[in-house]
Design a protein around this ligand. Sequence first.
Ligand SMILES: *Cc1c(COP(=O)(O)O)cnc(C)c1O
Length: 234
Amino acid sequence: MTDAELRSVLQERIACVRTHVAQACSRVGRDPATVAWVAVTKTVSARVAALSYDLGLADLGESRPQELWRKAAALPQARWHLIGHLQRNKIDRTVPFTTLIHSVDSERVLLALDAFGRARDQAVSVLLQVNCSREANKGGFAPNAMLSLADKLMSLPGVTVVGLMTMAAFSENAETARPVFAELYQLREELRVRSRLELPHLSMGMSNDYVIAVEEGATLIRLGSTLFDGLTAE
Ligand SMILES: *Cc1c(COP(=O)(O)O)cnc(C)c1O
């Protein structure tokens, strides 16, 4: 595809998501400006990522640190989000490229990020990933481990926990994700009270269930296939 063709496909898809987000917001009385989109570029090239950025998608996400380094080097003006597992030995190279790490999935990773932030005297912004769907193959903190974590969060000057992230199980019927998203919202409310952190962000909702996530309070939706399906490699 030429750049012009790519641009027109992307524009159409962006308009479609914008309409769906606006409709979901109006159903629950939210302002669409409170929902940020993270365009997940893991299946497309740096060129498609750059075109997306030009079309106004300023927040881009990658699930693998190495791929994030590569694309962020090519497109440093974008705000890059890490949405997949971060190994501790990749923290040094990843944090400097990253606006927000959505996928802090264990206390070990959280403490390692805290040490990194303290050493640099600059707190790292993170979300805690919670396994609300309770699938064995998904990472993240167990929901019932969150409240006991609350006290500890206050004593980590090297990280700023700005919210929670979750992934629903894939299903043909997006409605099955609703209780998962509602649980993350509820956990955030409880953790707020316990920790006195503000926790403004809920990262939840992907291509097949973002409308439900917006209705349930998502502030960050992570969109891959609905924007980039079929626009593979080069
Ligand atoms: C790939 C991925 C997404 C995007 O998924 P789509 O269903 O393609 O929108 C969102 N979040 C995470 C954590 C991912 O790995």
